[in-house]
Write a protein that binds this ligand. Structure first.
Ligand SMILES: NC(=O)C1=CN([C@@H]2O[C@H](COP(=O)(O)OP(=O)(O)OC[C@H]3O[C@@H](n4cnc5c(N)ncnc54)[C@H](O)[C@@H]3O)[C@@H](O)[C@H]2O)C=CC1
Ligand SMILES: CC(=O)[C@](C)(O)C(=O)O
Ligand SMILES: [Mg+2]
Ligand SMILES: [Mg+2]
Length: 347
């Protein structure tokens, strides 16, 4: 593992240089990698592994997603199967159903986990919250995770562009003595840029915090608050949207991604820099209590409970769609649709 200094703290990471694709292929050459579920991570991971030359099959129940798998080039009876058949054939079982759906399918998955197989997750959820999920793997299989730090959609897009999304990995159970090699090889296989090590508990608590926080929940909350204030003060929707979202995603975030926050600041006016430097701390102080509340709720298992309860209801898809629709049809995001349609590259 390469030792990297992260802002003064040394950590060991796995890079593609020390763990090249050829090595990953060699380690997994006799494995049948069965990707169970073809939602968001399923396509990203399975297609990347297929294109990287691994022996991959997909297990998906019949329906719209199964048809999508066929369109993506998976061949029924050869590389695409009903879930049970894929579970039977696979030696590494990638359990990529939604976290709530994993509960229902677990007894079936378990019945196919014969000695020496590996059970692969992309989240620490199922195993960490075993009291609620009932997911307790048999002792004679390897159990590990590779968790891409981003959407499966980006995992695939970045792979196609020759880039790599970062992933964490963790070993929960090493029954064969090869769990670590298998896990890292899978991490390289799915197209990770580099891999950092964690454990199941830390992966799930940080992930649940991040997606509820700055990555998804907090960002929408802050957008909505600023947009509302601008609108309440007589600014037009286009002005409010541009000044709240469009400029951030189109101009400023790419600069942050490229070289950090100070670099983005340095490429803005001294007026903007003065203001941003004065205001970031009040925003930090105002939101920190909410982040603490969030983390405590994650730690107490409440967020997992909510996710399991809500996403196990038969009509959860329709309910989610209603809530997404509410966002989509809010004035701010309808203004966003209009703003995006005016991007010159879209015409
Ligand atoms: N969405 C993402 O990009 C990310 C997801 N993860 C993790 O990866 C895992 C998979 O998540 P997603 O890809 O988002 O899953 P998803 O919500 O897209 O669902 C995956 C598949 O589950 C199938 N499914 C749902 N209920 C089922 C049932 N009762 N029986 C059989 N099949 C059923 C669906 O047909 C779908 O193909 C989860 O552990 C998640 O936390 C990790 C990083 C990012
Ligand atoms: C994309 C990702 O990493 C998330 C936000 O944690 C998820 O989809 O669960
Ligand atoms: Mg997540
Ligand atoms: Mg995540």
């Amino acid at each position: 593992m390469a030792k990297i200094n992260f802002g003064g703290v040394e950590e060991e990471v796995v890079t593609r240089e020390e763990f090249p694709l050829e090595k990953a292929r060699e380690i997994l050459k006799d494995e049948v990698i069965a990707v169970i579920g073809y939602g968001v991570q399923g396509p990203g991971q399975s297609l990347n592994m297929r294109d990287n030359g691994f022996n991959v099959i997909v297990g998906q129940r019949k329906g719209k997603t199964y048809d999508k798998a066929v369109r993506d080039g998976w061949v029924p009876g050869e590389t695409l199967f009903e879930i049970e058949e894929a579970l039977e054939k696979g030696t590494i079982i990638c359990f990529l159903l939604s976290d709530a759906a994993q509960i229902e399918l677990w007894p079936t998955v378990k019945s196919h986990l014969t000695a020496g197989k590996a059970l692969y997750f992309s989240h620490g959820f199922g195993v960490t919250y075993k009291e609620q999920t009932g997911i307790v793997p048999p002792a004679d299989v390897d159990v590990f995770l590779v968790a891409p730090k981003g959407s499966g959609t980006s995992l695939r897009r970045m792979f196609v562009e020759g880039k790599g999304l970062n992933s964490s990995f963790a070993i929960y159970q090493d029954a064969t003595g090869n769990a670590r090699q298998r896990a890292i090889a899978m991490g390289i296989g799915v197209g990770s840029g580099y891999l950092f090590e964690t454990n199941f508990y830390k992966e799930v608590t940080s992930d649940l915090t991040g997606e509820r926080g700055t990555l998804m929940g907090a960002i929408q909350g802050i957008f909505a608050a600023q947009y509302d204030v601008l609108r309440a003060n007589g600014h037009s929707p286009s002005e409010a949207f541009n000044e709240t979202v469009e400029e951030l995603t189109q101009s400023l975030m790419p600069l942050v991604a490229e070289n950090g926050m100070d670099w983005m600041y340095a490429n803005c006016s001294t007026t903007a820099q003065r203001g941003a430097l004065d205001w970031w701390k009040p925003f930090r102080d105002a939101t920190k209590p909410v982040f603490e509340q969030l983390y405590n709720s994650v730690k107490a298992g409440e967020q997992a409970n909510i996710s399991i309860t809500r996403n196990s209801q038969p009509d959860y898809r329709e309910k989610l769609e209603e809530e997404l629709k509410e966002l989509r049809e809010s004035e701010m995001w309808r203004a966003g649709t209009a703003v995006r349609s005016l991007r010159p590259e879209r015409n």
